[in-house]
Design a binder for this molecule. Structure first.
Ligand SMILES: O=C(O)CCC(=O)C(=O)O
Length: 197
C-alpha cells in the first residue's frame, strides 16, 4: 500500500521511504537497545475503551518511554509530517515497542488526540501490521464484539519493511498478530496531535 484512502480530506495512510534517514534509524535502534532491559510490560487480557472512543483490544508486549534521542527526532519529524499530511501537528507521545515470541497488539485505535501516528520498524523479522479500513467509524462497543483471543485476524497487511507508516491510527483500527519467531522485533511509534498545548 503506498497511498491509500482519504477520510475527511486527509489521507488515511501513507508509506514513506525517506521520512526517517538511515542514520536516524540506526541511532534510534542503539537507544532502544539500551533501554530494553528496563522496558515495561503491557499485558492486557481484555478490551477497554478510553475517552469514549479509543478502542483497545487485548495486547502483550514490552515498551519504553525513555529516550532523549527519540524525543529529539520526534521534534524534527514535525515539519516532515506536516509536509506529508498537509496538517500542522504537534509531537506528543512516542515509545519504543519490543515484541518477543507470542507478543501481539490486538485490534485497537491510537489516542483520540492524535490524528496521525508514525510507525517505523527498527529491527527484527517483523510480520506486517494489519490495518482495517473497513472498520473506520465502527463504534468501540461494536469493535468489542470482534475481539479474538490472542490478537485478531484479517485486515490489509502493511509491511514496515516497505517504509515508515504515517497513518490516521486514531480512526483506522489496526493490529499486530502474535510474533512467531524467537528473534524479537523493535518498533518505534510517534504520535502527533492537533490539540493546543
Ligand atoms: O507494532 C506495531 O507495528 C505498531 C504499534 C501500534 O499499532 C501502535 O503503537 O499503535
Amino acid at each position: 500500500m503506498s497511498v491509500s484512502s482519504v477520510a475527511h480530506g486527509s489521507p488515511l495512510c501513507m508509506v514513506s521511504d525517506d521520512l526517517i534517514a538511515e542514520a536516524e534509524r540506526n541511532d534510534l535502534l542503539a537507544e532502544a537497545t539500551c533501554h530494553r532491559a528496563q522496558a515495561r510490560r503491557t499485558d492486557r487480557p481484555d478490551w477497554r475503551v478510553v475517552d469514549g472512543q479509543q478502542f483497545l483490544g487485548p495486547a502483550r508486549f514490552w515498551y519504553s518511554l525513555e529516550g532523549p534521542r527519540r524525543e529529539a527526532l520526534h521534534e524534527r519529524l514535525e515539519p516532515r509530517v506536516h509536509a506529508l499530511t498537509g496538517r500542522p501537528l504537534r509531537p506528543v507521545q512516542s515509545n519504543y515497542l519490543y515484541y518477543e515470541q507470542g507478543d501481539f497488539l490486538g485490534l485497537h485505535h491510537d489516542q483520540v488526540r492524535c490524528p496521525y501516528t508514525v510507525i517505523a520498524l527498527l529491527d527484527g523479522p517483523a510480520e506486517p501490521l494489519c490495518l482495517h479500513p473497513e472498520m473506520v467509524g465502527v463504534p468501540a462497543e461494536r469493535l468489542s464484539r470482534l475481539v479474538e483471543p490472542g490478537g485478531h485476524t484479517g485486515g490489509s497487511e502493511l509491511s514496515l519493511n516497505d517504509g515508515v507508516l504515517v497513518f490516521a491510527g486514531a480512526v483506522l483500527p489496526h493490529h499486530r498478530r502474535p510474533h512467531r519467531t524467537a528473534v524479537p522485533i523493535t518498533v518505534v511509534t510517534f504520535c502527533f496531535t492537533d490539540q493546543p498545548d
